[in-house]
Design a protein around this ligand. Structure first.
Ligand SMILES: *Cc1c(COP(=O)(O)O)cnc(C)c1O
Length: 447
């Protein structure tokens, strides 16, 4: 198929999934571990800015970006060109054996882009979970303490340590224990579910009191938090929560680690979500959006913390792979040149009024929230805050059947989340929202 024949809008020529996808899915079930699921078993052949072309000739609207990864678009031309160029020169040396400049340049960019003007260092890894683990290793080593404080509804990954850091049992932790010790969970600020009048400051005081009484600041190696929770349900803490937590961390000399794996790299309308409340974390963990779909992750932060670790204490065979670094450089260039933080704010401006209008018509929508291109609806039984995960699943499936890829999230499985690529054409986004509105009329009853 020539590229001119590729549709530039949603196009359905078969049921979703179509016959070729169904055939591939049958093969997959006989070859791929059953524990690895798929939201929608539509097999992809090609993808671009907000569109997924499947093996049956359907074209789906992508409101998930492969979980907030392809923010610059899928196979973004600049990223593809950088990868092609790098892959013909060398694919791997191992930075720990013989280094290369692109790794250094990505670390320079990270120092430049992340909040705070202090001296910074970075180390590169392959996945968000691996980077979170390394951030914890660094703070434990630098402080000589062991306790790690995490929050209700947190998601930090699926490795042994990050399972312990993650809150939700199913599907992430169930029967995968024993989990790593010295992980302590404290309450988050969850405005929709907190008692009325619990401000961000008071919610922070509630968490801090628990840290003080149950762990003791002197034992805390790090406080680890997603500035806006991802898998936990796109929970935006009440204003003041993060700054108060950061203030306490500074006062008690406890390193604050921001897990910006999902929120980072322009997703929320700023380079990093911490910036919305002028919070400067000691370490910041990034991955997902950093390299346009290639696997790369980073820990960036205070030089004195990161350089406390002895030579050889950090690393890995593939960490900061040269192809992934080339992709990250191209991704960052696109984000800067095309000001994708502003693009995310435009997406928010485009979507929020429509989502609020839906909420005004459908009382099953208990909350509309998020920042930038990280937006969510929380579905409840009307007039209550009782979660409705069945309806949430039904809405998602109906969107899928109509060729719009949306994701769900949340401790209660009742959050519908939108993570469009930041370069999605406005017409495609509008059509995706039209379909969502249609689906609510069908699934949640006409209003
Ligand atoms: C996805 C995610 C992770 C884990 O990243 P992987 O690359 O899947 O290991 C960690 N933290 C947050 C906030 C995430 O969204």
């Amino acid at each position: 198929m020539s590229s001119s024949a590729i549709p530039t809008a949603r196009k359905l020529v078969t049921d979703i999934p179509g016959p070729r996808s169904l055939a591939a899915q049958r093969r997959r079930l006989d070859a791929v571990a059953g524990g690895v699921g798929s939201v929608l078993p539509v097999f992809v052949r090609e993808a671009g800015a907000g569109l997924l072309h499947d093996v049956d000739g359907n074209c789906l609207i992508d409101l998930g970006s492969g979980i907030a990864v392809t923010s610059v678009g899928n196979a973004a031309p600049e990223v593809a060109a950088a990868v092609r160029e790098q892959v013909t020169r060398f694919t791997h040396t191992c930075f720990m054996v013989t280094p290369y400049e692109s790794y250094v340049e990505v670390c320079e960019e990270l120092a430049d882009l992340t909040p705070g003007t202090h001296a910074k260092r970075s180390a590169l890894f392959n996945s968000g979970a691996e980077a979170v683990e390394n951030a914890v290793k660094i703070t434990r080593h630098a402080t000589g303490r062991q306790a790690v404080v995490v929050f209700d509804h947190a998601y930090h990954g699926r490795t042994n340590l990050t399972m312990a850091l993650t809150a939700k049992n199913m599907p992430y932790k169930h029967r995968f224990g024993p989990f790593a010790p010295e992980v302590y969970r404290v309450p988050l600020s969850y405005p929709m579910r907190d008692p009325a009048g619990l401000t961000g400051e008071l919610a922070a005081a509630r968490a801090i009191d628990q840290i003080d009484k149950q762990i003791g600041a002197d034992n805390v190696a790090a406080v680890l938090i997603e500035p806006i929770q991802g898998e936990g349900g796109f929970i935006v803490p009440a204003p003041g929560f993060l700054p108060e937590l950061a203030r306490w961390c500074t006062e008690r000399r406890v390193p604050l680690i921001a897990d910006e794996v999902q929120t980072g790299f322009c997703r929320t309308g700023a380079w990093f979500a911490c910036e919305h409340e002028k919070v400067v974390p000691d370490l910041i963990v990034t991955a997902k959006g950093i390299a346009g779909g290639l696997p790369l992750a980073a820990v960036t932060g205070r030089a004195e913390l990161i350089d406390a670790v002895h030579v050889g204490g950090l690393g890995g065979t593939y960490g900061g792979n040269p192809v992934a670094c080339a992709a990250a450089q191209a991704t960052i260039r696109v984000m800067r040149d095309r000001d994708l933080a502003s693009a995310a704010r435009r997406i928010e401006g485009h979507c929020l009024p429509r989502l609020r209008e839906l909420a005004s018509r459908f009382p099953v929508i208990g909350d509309v929230r998020g920042r930038g291109a990280m937006l969510a609806l929380e579905l409840v039984r009307p007039g209550t805050v009782e979660p409705d995960p069945e309806l949430t699943g039904a809405v998602a499936r109906a969107c899928h059947a109509r060729g719009v890829v949306v994701l769900t999230a949340g401790t209660y499985g009742n959050v519908l989340r939108l993570l469009p690529p930041l370069v999605i054409p406005e017409g495609v986004l509008t059509e995706g929202l039209d379909v969502l509105a249609e689906v609510f009329t069908e699934v949640a009853g006409p209003r």
